[in-house]
Design a protein around this ligand. Structure first.
Ligand code: HPA
Length: 270
């Protein structure tokens, strides 16, 4: 049985509208879901497993207010040795289940003094420096087009919605470009200087392969980066996994408020 069939059987006909990927340190949002179904990734056929202990690796399907959502609580990364095609699998499954929207979240290093740690950034565009593309390789037309345009990959209406909601809740939300590297080493200060000249506002190790797959599947995407640290070389202290988790924990309330309100206000299927 496919992963989507396994979930459908347990969801008793519930059709989710919005998929949500929770990044490093943001797992707490899953507690807001009135869960109908919880399934460890290991029980879902074909799902990439998470080896990063801060990523729970559990799918949660249920309600946030009136809306039915599927939350991927934790993700796999290229740095875990999971290939780019495998990273697309959970996103394609969300589309198969019926989702028409996707919120991808991540922890990121900030390249911008206007967005110090604790700030949230709505991703306006990305730069893929992972040296990989999830669509490369044999093409399966069931997944969509092979040559997928990435203009407007991060939906401008959804970003506007995010800004409105952030304003209503007094949450400061900036906007910018997310640059993805493979990791797991953090960047060198020289790389960060180079990335600034390339036009990046935030740097991280995830998200872009998922967004490519989501656009191929026709999902409308909103990307949110939580700035957990200043990128390497911009402050004296080098970035660390501990700082990422600490900042994420401190910002959890803002992230939860924003995500809940966004899901409530999410536009109907086009
Ligand atoms: N670099 C890359 N990925 C990250 C960072 C960073 O500084 N912070 C959180 N994820």
């Amino acid at each position: 049985m496919s992963a989507a069939e396994q979930i459908r059987e347990r969801a008793k006909g519930a059709i989710p509208e919005v998929g949500l990927v929770l990044g490093s340190g943001l797992a707490g949002f899953a507690e807001q879901i009135d869960a109908a179904v919880r399934i460890p990734y290991g029980d879902l056929s074909g799902f990439p497993s998470c080896t990063n202990p801060t990523h729970p690796g559990e799918l949660v399907l249920g309600r946030v207010g009136e809306r039915m959502v599927v939350c991927l609580n934790g993700r796999a990364h290229l740095y875990e040795g999971v290939g780019p095609v495998k990273l697309a699998f959970p996103i394609r499954m969300l589309a198969t289940l019926g989702c028409h929207g996707l919120i991808v979240t991540n922890a990121a290093g900030s390249l911008s003094p206007e967005a110090p740690p604790g700030h949230i950034m709505a991703i306006s565009d990305h730069i893929n420096l992972q040296g990989a593309n999830t669509l490369a390789g044999p093409h399966d037309p069931d997944h969509g087009e092979r040559f997928v345009p990435m203009n407007g990959a991060y939906d401008s209406d959804l970003r506007r919605l995010a800004h409105r909601i952030a304003g209503e809740h007094d949450i400061s939300l900036v906007e910018g470009v997310y640059l993805a590297v493979t990791g797991p080493s953090f960047e060198t200060p020289a790389e960060i200087r180079a990335f600034r000249t390339l036009g990046a506002d935030a740097v991280g190790m995830s998200t872009v392969q998922e967004v490519i797959a989501a656009r191929q599947a026709g999902l409308r995407v909103l990307g949110l980066s939580l700035m957990t640290n200043m990128a390497a070389g911009l402050v004296e202290t080098p970035p660390s996994a501990a700082e990422v988790m600490e900042t994420a924990a401190a910002a959890a309330e803002d992230v939860t408020t924003l995500l809940s309100a966004l899901i409530a206000a999410w536009p109907e299927r086009a």
